[in-house]
Ligand binder design. Structure first.
Ligand code: PLP
Length: 384
């Protein structure tokens, strides 16, 4: 049985074209990209082409792209790298719905006494409070770190407006665009972002390749030292095949962006069918602008993780934010930040589609969900 994969915000299938582009770099052009011989030069040419493709996807210059291994690394390089290189300003402003790769890092830096952290709240639909953001950014602010699209709900944040607020006080802005890349148009220039993070495995490249765009003229301190690769910011031999895959996936994503409306139509069909067929459900993040592939559906008074297990038994991969290892389920930080009541937060299930999702798959999910929920709800109320 082939799985129906609706967990594309977690990771994605590697596209055939991406795999085909990568393969020669394992067996033919496997030279170190910094070696002077022909195999090295070939690897280097591939790497630089990939850098140009990434730059085109995110609207910056190739000279501003530093390759990393993943989104977590890009976020850490931007935040830690800036902090190490800039001694005078110490406030960092972020939001209550950031990915753990940002928020846990910032909390750690705060507890080490290295920064003053200000976490801006969001509203009930996950929208950033711009007045609170304005108030949080002062003349001691070094950086504002904000995601472009939220991983659980898909809510798209007004990054350009936040960049303007940051720059007006002399602060810089880091944009975690890991979920947005490949799903919506991104222009680092139009967003006026100083740093912007992406990760290939979220848009059909393999795991192990990501990038941080760094505005020309800005300097970061490296997280570690070595051979000085990637402008000295990321020493270590580049993972050439993964980065070739990142470049190929960036080109593919760009050429498919105009077809993303088909994904949106399937996501809308899933949401409207569920809402019309099942009582007591709501869509987390609606009516905010959201990524077109993400449906975060709250099945009230039902355990989201149990729904995900039941779907999995039927070959459907989705995700619940709330894991219930010890029998005591905890809502995710995002659901808490949105102040969702417990019976709503714990019932959240995220379905995240990709351009490989087909209508039949959505129809299958819509056909099985009502039974799963029906069987679960009386069971749960009986055990209450
Ligand atoms: N930022 C966001 C918004 C994410 O959704 C994720 C992964 O889910 C990351 C960062 C981390 O990316 P990676 O898994 O490539 O480290």
């Amino acid at each position: 049985m082939t799985a129906i994969y609706l967990d594309n915000n977690a990771t994605t299938l590697v596209a055939d074209e991406v795999l085909a582009a990568m393969t020669p770099y394992y067996r033919e052009f496997y030279g170190n990209p910094h070696s002077a011989h022909s195999l090295g030069r070939k690897a280097n040419e591939g790497l630089e082409q990939a850098r140009r493709s990434v730059a085109t996807l995110i609207g910056c210059d190739a000279s501003e792209v530093v390759f990393t291994s993943c989104g977590t690394e890009g976020n850490a390089l931007a935040i830690r790298g800036l902090l190490r290189g800039t001694p005078d300003r110490r406030r960092i402003v972020t939001t209550a719905v950031e990915h753990p790769s940002v928020i846990t890092l910032l909390r750690a830096l705060q507890s080490e006494g290295l920064i003053e952290l200000v976490v801006v709240p969001v509203g009930g639909d996950g929208e950033i409070d711009l007045d609170a953001m304005r108030a949080a950014i002062d003349d001691t602010t070094l950086l504002v770190s904000v995601m472009l699209a939220q991983n659980e709900t898909g809510v798209i944040h007004p990054v350009r407006a936040i960049a303007d607020l940051a720059h007006a006080r002399g602060a810089l802005i880091h944009v975690d665009a890991v979920q947005a890349a490949g799903k919506i148009e991104i222009s680092t220039r139009d967003l006026d972002a100083d740093f912007l993070t992406i990760s290939g495995h979220k848009f059909h490249a393999p795991k192990g390749g990501g990038a941080l765009a760094i505005r020309r003229g800005l300097t970061l301190a490296p997280l570690w030292y070595g051979g000085g690769q990637e402008l000295g910011l990321r020493s270590g031999t580049e993972a050439v095949p993964s980065l070739i895959g990142l470049g190929a996936a960036a080109e593919l994503a760009r050429s498919h962006l105009h077809t993303f409306s088909e994904v949106v139509a399937l996501r809308d069909r899933l949401e409207s069918s569920v809402v019309s067929m099942i009582d007591n459900v709501s869509i987390n993040g609606a009516p905010q602008p959201r990524l077109g592939n993400t449906a975060n559906i709250a099945f009230h008074d039902t355990a989201g993780d149990a729904i995900v297990r039941a779907l999995d038994a039927g070959g459907i991969c989705a995700s619940a934010g709330a894991a219930c290892d010890s029998g005591k389920a905890e809502p995710t930080a995002t659901m808490k930040a949105m102040r969702k009541p417990l019976n709503v937060a714990l019932g959240a299930v995220r379905f995240s589609l990709s351009r490989y999702t087909i209508a039949d798959e959505i129809d299958t999910v819509v056909a099985v969900l009502p039974r799963i929920i029906r069987e679960m709800r009386p069971l749960q109320s009986a055990t209450r």
